[in-house]
Write a protein that binds this ligand. Structure first.
Ligand code: PEP
Length: 374
């Protein structure tokens, strides 16, 4: 069973009511692209939680807390218990964020108590672990992650209510992101630890997020790694481009080789077209557009022209096979136009899926054809 991607947004101690409303507006407006495909939880400051919950009520976004009390209700000034989060409709909380550990002295034992409280109250947890720079440099990454994980196993009865966030402390808020290989190695090691300490089944099903200077640009390569199931995002969760990070996590649909077939009626527009095709003609500027380029691609049945933003055409080298997912197709004045917009993925095809030959005679432009959808 594949793991459903998960993206958390940690707003930390940032923002005002106005900036929160503005952000909610922009995040909910792009949500059709990831509804039911990615779990998304945003963690604002406590006084904004109910406002943000109201704002995102009809969207797939959910609201979480940044912290929770290690104790229950009672004479604990300044604390909010897991039961009180639940009672206020908040189903998620962060626990063990490095800023809590390093700036507020949160120990492994405290994180364990907090998890126990959440399990008892039925609140789901994003449990943060990760090493300091000097620990990485001393080769202690796995040792630190193991220590932090070992502290909480005995408190977890329901693993469905736990997501792990691996956040190397040296990457948080520094702009220094872990390489996809560094992150994958740490995630695979954490999964192995969970397999030994709990069970293979739990290890295979628990979601492990990467956190640390994730942006809309660097997330694409990271999410391609087999043990990275999403992200915990700080700074970039305060920007409208957070939606692009979430959308990058939408699982790829298996592709079929392209088939361009004639049909009786052409829909005016469709999204979700997936194709493999070979680049036939080098990219050229679209007349009258600042940033759109046209690239002619095809297979042995037909050719089609793609519209691609100029920042994404570098993979479109003549003779190379492309893998295009979730493209947008429209009939414009009798012409078919395939647009590779920001919701679509464009990559070089894997060796197995290279397109063998191209029929350069069958140009689809101007005739009523549609790309096969799958
Ligand atoms: C975080 O606070 O959990 C975090 C990962 O921050 P940033 O994305 O800004 O590095």
């Amino acid at each position: 069973m594949p793991r459903k991607p998960f993206v958390g947004g940690n707003w930390k101690s940032n923002g005002t009511i106005d900036s929160a409303k503005e952000l909610c507006r922009s995040l909910t407006s792009g949500s059709a692209a990831y509804r039911n495909k990615v779990d998304v939880v945003m963690c604002p400051i406590i006084p904004q939680m109910s406002l943000v919950s109201k704002f995102v009520r009809k969207s797939p976004l959910r609201v979480g807390a940044q912290n929770v009390s290690a104790t229950g209700e009672g004479a604990f000034t300044g604390e909010v218990s897991a039961g009180q989060l639940k009672d206020s409709g908040i189903q998620w909380t962060l626990i063990g964020h490095s800023e809590r550990r390093t700036k507020y002295g949160e120990t492994d034992a405290v994180t364990a108590d907090k998890i126990a409280q959440c399990q008892e109250a039925g609140v789901s947890v994003i449990f943060c672990i990760g090493e300091l720079l000097e620990e990485r440099e001393a080769g202690k990454t796995d040792e630190v992650n193991k220590r932090m994980m070992d502290a909480v196993y005995s408190k977890i009865k329901d693993w469905k209510k736990v997501v792990i966030a691996y956040e190397p402390v040296w990457a948080i808020g520094t702009g220094k992101v872990a390489t996809p290989e560094q992150a994958q190695d740490a995630h695979a090691a954490i999964r192995k630890m969970i397999s030994s300490a709990v069970s293979e089944e739990v290890a295979e099903s628990v979601r492990i997020l990467y956190g640390g200077s994730v942006t809309a640009d660097n997330c694409k390569e990271l999410i391609g790694k087999p043990d990275i199931d999403g992200f915990l995002v700080g700074g970039a969760s305060l920007k409208p481009t957070f939606t692009d990070i979430v959308t990058a996590c939408v699982p790829a649909i298996p592709l079929k080789k392209p088939k361009f077939m004639k049909i009786d009626g052409v829909e005016p527009a469709a999204r979700g077209v997936n194709i493999y095709a070979k680049v036939v003609k080098a990219a050229s500027k679209v007349e009258g557009s600042e940033d759109l380029m046209e690239v002619v691609v095809g297979d042995d049945t037909a050719l089609v022209t793609l519209s691609v933003r100029d920042d994404r055409v570098k993979v479109c080298e003549v003779g190379k096979s492309l893998r295009i997912q979730n493209a947008h197709v429209a009939m414009i004045k009798g012409y078919i136009r395939v647009t590779v917009d920001k919701w679509a993925a464009l990559k070089l095809a894997e060796a197995d899926d290279e397109v063998a030959s191209v029929n350069e005679k069958k140009d689809m432009s101007g005739v009523e054809y549609e790309l096969t959808k799958n």
